[in-house]
Design a protein around this ligand. Structure first.
Ligand code: ADP
Length: 478
């Protein structure tokens, strides 16, 4: 399998001729050769996008016409659902059932932003009898989209749909560990009738292709999802041109369980929250804080449930936990397991590869109990199927522990006490707080984090705000 850049409507190799190989997480064998872009390829892609911005029809098209194209993109994705899911499953190691869900969400993203763009109003104010003031939203220009490897297709479309809806041509830089599903986007965009040059892809490693995109003066906005450290590097570079940044970064989200909660449902949420999508999700509930009165029971039940999570080949429909993305990442996650044991946490489930699955990056669902805030496994994002459980006695202590990391992406609260719920929602440092629920989300609501978890929000008009700027016009009508 070979994958090239997509620039100005053509599939092209890197100017330098460089390529890199991708690995299949379930076997760690090489199976695709991908063009490795650098500043020269980024230059060509930005030039194509810039021409589409200054001369092409896309930014000038009425919103309703752009929306029609977006709906056709949604339909083109839907008609390839199975192919997308199969590629995603093979490329990321995600269980096939969960990869299907991601493909479905991708189509929904385009339909959703087609609706958003056609319902967003512009404001006109009559400020005096012969004076008119109005606000025009304009697309800001070429958008640089840099996406991570965990749920690539879904996250690419989650950024592409609003950028295109807003009228911005884009250059997408997919993650180098799972670039393959993005390879379907050119034919999808062409089938939907997106004008040439509006959609471009440059593949390559982050420090080269990604960094060149961030540094390019003709890219006024960068939307990034990935690690906090990378976000900081991007911010520094983007400062040179005062770029608009939207950054969804790391997390170490707490799931807090009080003794008055519905324990069965809290357990379901704890298992889903950290073991679905291989634990490789930014909003993973990777710290479980449990009231001391129910602590022992909860830990025992969670360990039991973790031991039943079916680890297996990603393409097996019975698999609940697939293969971690890459041997390098796998080594990092396994190192955290070792660190946890050295720090004195109590391993109550997993911690080892399951038997009978040689060759791939497999790890059984892993639970550490008696984790304390000083431990690295409490503080650092592991991004794998590893959960830390910590006891607390009072609400104040629960809040203190919940807020005791540098992150602030999501938090999950399990209690049936209404007043406590409202008290806690005021003080927990998280962009998103789920109360007695798992992380379902209305796409209109703002997604994003506080502290080291990000900058800005995505979702509904918040995404459109990233890719547009409001301009005012004041007119004397007489
Ligand atoms: P993850 O490990 O979740 O993929 P990363 O932050 O490493 O998080 O990568 C997310 C995306 O950012 C990838 O597409 C990667 O290639 C890109 N990237 C990595 N380093 C840089 C950088 N210095 N500048 C721009 N993009 C980068």
């Amino acid at each position: 399998m070979k994958l090239e850049h997509y620039i100005g409507g053509a599939h092209v190799p890197s100017v330098s001729g460089a390529t890199f190989a991708t690995l299949e997480p379930a076997t760690n064998t090489e199976y695709a050769t991908v063009a490795a872009g650098d500043a020269q390829d980024v230059e060509a892609a930005v030039a194509a996008a810039r021409t589409a911005f200054t001369e092409g029809p896309w930014p000038r098209m009425p919103a309703a016409e752009r929306a029609a194209v977006l709906r056709r993109i949604g339909a083109a994705i839907e008609s390839r659902d199975d192919r997308i899911a199969a590629i995603e499953c093979r490329d990321t190691g995600l269980p096939i059932t969960q990869a299907r869900g991601q493909a479905h969400r991708a189509a929904q993203n385009f339909r959703f932003f087609a609706d958003v763009i056609t319902t967003l109003g512009e404001n006109v104010y009559r400020v005096a009898s012969a004076q008119l003031n109005y606000v025009v939203r304009k697309p800001v220009g070429v958008a640089g989209l840099i996406t991570p490897w965990n749920t690539p297709f879904m996250l690419e479309t989650w950024k592409l749909a609003p950028a295109l809806a807003a009228g911005c041509p884009v250059v997408l830089k997919p993650a180098e560990w799972s670039p393959l599903s993005a390879g379907l986007l050119p034919e999808i965009m062409e089938e939907a009738g997106l004008p040439t040059g509006v959609f471009n892809i440059v593949h390559g490693i982050g420090e080269e292709a990604g960094a060149a995109l961030v540094a390019h003066p003709d890219v006024p906005v960068i939307s990034f999802t990935g690690e906090t450290g990378t976000g900081q590097i991007i911010m520094r570079s983007a400062a040179a041109h005062l770029k608009t940044l939207s950054m969804e970064l790391g997390g170490k989200s707490p799931l807090v369980v009080f003794d008055d909660a519905d324990l069965e449902r809290a357990l379901d949420a704890a298992v889903f929250g950290v073991f679905s999508l291989n634990g490789e999700r930014c909003t993973a509930s990777s710290r479980v804080l449990v009231q001391d009165t129910i602590y022992d029971t909860f830990v025992a039940r969670l360990a039991e449930r973790a031991a039943r999570v079916r680890v297996g080949s990603p393409d097996d429909p019975a698999t609940e936990l697939g293969a971690l993305i890459h041997p390098e990442h796998y080594a990092r996650v396994m190192d955290y397991v070792r660190v946890g044991m050295e720090e004195g946490a109590r391993l109550v489930a997993g911690g080892e590869p399951p038997t009978g699955l040689p060759g791939g990056n497999f790890l059984s669902a892993t639970v550490f109990a008696d984790v304390t805030p000083e431990m690295r496994i409490f503080q650092e994002e592991i991004f794998g199927p590893v959960v830390c459980v910590t006891p607390f006695s009072t609400e104040e202590e629960a809040v203190r522990l919940a807020n005791a990391t540098r992150y602030g992406l999501a938090a999950y609260l399990w209690t049936n006490d209404l007043r406590r719920t409202h008290r806690m929602t005021q003080v927990i440092e998280a962009g998103m707080l789920w109360v007695n629920s798992q992380n379902v989300r209305d796409l209109r609501t703002p997604f994003g984090g506080v502290k080291a978890s990000g900058l800005g929000r995505e979702g509904g008009h918040h995404s459109i705000d990233v890719y547009t700027e409001s301009h005012i016009v004041h007119v004397a009508t007489e």
